[in-house]
Every structure is written in structure tokens, then in C-alpha cells.
Design a protein around this ligand. Structure first.
Ligand code: ADP
Length: 276
């Protein structure tokens, strides 16, 4: 029996929120992306997981309470509650818009299904997520606070979650084959320098394990309020998957039509991250 195609998408915090304005989502963009997902699924048969970042929602309390450091004092518990609340409030907006567009989306909370150890995912209870895929529904995980066996708590980025899922699907899953990962961000891919600051920055069309070291010298972390973000984190996570044979592409989610085209299989829309 041939495996069903499974695509993992990340809607970056920079696409779905205005990163420098606390608790401010870009509703027009969220609605459009939800429509593009619906249209692509109407045209082509594939299973889908849509993860998303937190942008200006959880990163403010996460920074204030230093949640990424773990449970460091009595205030940390208040921090865990507030970060979870902020992240899941944005999640409800995304899921609500997907449902309005006709996509049967369901929230998938890592804060209540996952345990980490020293900031690394140790185990996720994936049975419900797999069941949703069996129903051809769309699970929606997101960057979230996670309980941690060593540190008490940590922050999981969407990249960490999607990487874990992709690896698990390679190792254990009989029904679904992860065909590609699509990362929507607010720039056209990885550039030789931050394209928002340097107008002469050039797009790097392809990153492989061979040219990564050379490129890393150029790629700088995003300077926005973001405890787990930045381009480098994205590229490193995706390169790990490229080595396992999963191709991914970083595209501009603010540009209408890009996500739909990527979902329908078009390549070369941004920066491709691949084995060779
Ligand atoms: P997201 O929230 O979409 O996951 P991030 O904010 O973590 O994305 O990273 C994307 C940001 O990285 C872009 O908005 C861009 O300003 C910044 N950036 C820094 N260096 C680069 C680079 N070399 N190429 C592309 N983007 C870069």
C-alpha cells in the first residue's frame, strides 16, 4: 500500500501577527492563508498539519517571566499560565479562521500532550493527532510552553515541534509520508543579509549540508522579540530534516498565492532546503 502524502506547514509569527505590537494579529493575512489552504486542499489530495508561531502573543510574557529558563522562582508558575494563555489565544484565532474557510482544523496543545527534558522534546502523546489525520482533519500545533522533567518548563518553537513530528513520521508511521515542509515567513526566503535592513541582500535559492557553513556566516538571527525564533533556528531545524531526505522551502507568506502554490507542489518560490 503506498503511503499518503503529508505536508507540514508553519505560519510564522511574523506573518500572522505584527511582531512589534503586543497581542496584535494580522487578521487579513490569516484569513487569506486559511482560504489558500482550503483551495489547495480542494484541488489536491494530501494530509496536512498546520503549525504556527506566536509572534507578538506569547513572546511578551515568555520574555517577562523568562519562561525559556525554566522554573526559576515562584513567579515562574504564573509565567507558565500566562504564556500558555497567550499562545493558545492566538491559536484559537487561527483555528477559527481555518474553520470559517472550510478547513476542519483542531488545536493541538503541546503544553498538555508533551513532556520535555532540558528543553528537548522527550515524548508527545500523538494518538489524537494521528487520528485527526486519519479523519483527513487538520491538527494545528503551535509554539507553546511545555513542562520539562529537568527545568520545570521550557518553550517549544514550532520548528522544534514540526521537526519532531517529521522525524517520528519517518521512523514509525506506516500510513503517511512527509513529502515536504513549507515555512511561511514575512520575507521571500533566506538572504545574504536581513532583507529588511539591507536592500542589496540577495536571495539564496538553495541551502544544502554542503553550502550551509558558508551561508551561516551571512544568516543572522531575527532581532524581533522572539525567544526561540530567527532565521538561523529555522535553517538549522530544516537542514536536520534535509539530511533525512525531507525537503523544505521557506517562502513569503505575506505574498498572496505563495502558500497555495507551494502546497500544490511548486518549487523554487523561496529558499529550498534540501539534501543535495
Ligand atoms: P517567523 O516569525 O516567521 O518564524 P522570524 O522572525 O523568526 O520568522 O525570522 C524571520 C525574520 O528574519 C525576517 O523578518 C527577517 O527580517 C529576519 N532575518 C534576519 N536575517 C535574515 C536573512 N539573512 N535572511 C532572511 N531573513 C532574515
Amino acid at each position: 500500500m503506498s503511503k499518503e502524502e503529508l505536508i507540514l506547514v508553519k505560519l510564522g509569527g511574523s506573518v500572522i501577527t505584527f511582531k512589534h505590537r503586543p497581542f496584535y494579529e494580522d487578521l487579513d493575512t490569516i484569513k487569506r492563508l486559511a482560504r489558500e489552504i482550503k483551495e489547495a486542499r480542494d484541488e489536491k489530495d494530501f494530509r496536512l498539519i498546520v503549525g504556527h508561531g506566536g509572534g507578538s502573543y506569547p513572546h511578551i510574557p515568555a520574555k517577562q517571566y523568562e519562561t525559556f529558563k525554566g522554573v526559576i522562582d515562584e513567579k515562574s508558575y504564573e509565567g507558565i499560565a500566562k504564556v500558555q494563555d497567550a499562545a493558545s489565544r492566538l491559536n484559537r484565532i487561527i483555528v477559527g479562521e481555518l474553520i470559517d474557510a472550510g478547513v476542519n482544523a483542531v488545536s493541538f496543545h503541546l503544553s498538555s500532550s508533551c513532556i520535555a527534558e532540558n528543553g528537548v522534546i522527550k515524548k508527545i502523546f500523538l494518538d489524537p493527532l494521528k487520528k485527526l489525520l486519519d479523519f483527513n482533519m487538520v491538527p494545528v500545533p503551535y509554539g507553546d510552553v511545555c513542562l520539562d522533567l529537568k527545568k520545570g518548563c521550557c518553550i517549544l518553537s514550532t520548528e522544534m515541534i514540526l521537526t519532531y513530528l517529521a522525524k517520528t513520521f519517518i521512523e514509525t508511521e506506516k500510513k503517511y509520508k512527509v513529502s515536504r515542509i513549507i515555512m511561511c515567513t514575512d520575507v521571500g526566503g533566506v538572504f545574504t543579509d536581513d532583507p529588511k535592513k539591507n536592500l542589496h541582500a540577495e536571495l539564496i535559492p538553495k541551502i544544502t549540508p554542503d553550502n550551509f557553513d558558508e551561508i551561516v556566516a551571512y544568516v543572522k538571527g531575527s532581532l524581533a522579540v522572539d525567544v526561540t525564533g530567527g532565521m538561523l533556528h529555522k535553517v538549522k531545524s530544516l537542514l536536520e530534516l534535509a539530511k533525512l531526505g525531507i525537503e523544505s522551502e521557506i517562502i513569503d507568506g505575506k505574498k498572496p498565492g505563495m502558500l497555495k502554490r507551494a502546497l500544490l507542489g511548486e518549487k523554487g518560490l523561496g529558499t529550498l532546503i534540501t539534501k543535495d
